[in-house]
Ligand binder design. Structure first.
Ligand SMILES: [Zn+2]
Length: 119
């Protein structure tokens, strides 16, 4: 009697079902264990200090990013002053807004036709 080995072992239905069941059971057990352990080990004060630390860090990040934005805006403003002098503007009438005077913008550099904004 000779044992004929199948070439494709993953097509064994019993093996597949077994592995599915195993992984289901494992995840169930894991979630049970996690939900039991977490409230016990992580006390309220620990959670509080974690949240406070997080928010302190986030606020520092916000401040850093605000500074970055201010620097970028300053750089844009400096560039606009140079652009104002370099561009051979081609002015275009802006669609008039209600109760506002007519404005012009340059088709090339998109600045407003208002020297006082870029001096
Ligand atoms: Zn221009």
């Amino acid at each position: 009697m000779s044992y004929k080995q199948t070439s494709n072992t993953s097509s064994n239905p019993i093996l597949e079902i077994t592995s599915e069941i195993t992984s289901e059971i494992t995840s169930e057990i894991t979630s049970e264990i996690t939900s039991e352990i977490v409230p016990e080990t992580r006390t309220e004060s620990t959670e509080l200090s974690i949240l406070l630390d997080q928010n302190r860090k986030f606020n520092r990040d916000i401040n850093t990013k605000h500074k970055e934005i201010r620097t970028l805006k300053d750089t844009i403003s400096d560039n606009q002053k140079k652009i104002w002098n370099l561009c051979e503007h081609d002015w275009e009438k802006e669609p008039a807004q209600m109760n506002e005077h007519t404005t012009y913008t340059c088709k090339i550099c998109h600045l407003y036709k208002n020297y006082y904004m870029y001096r």
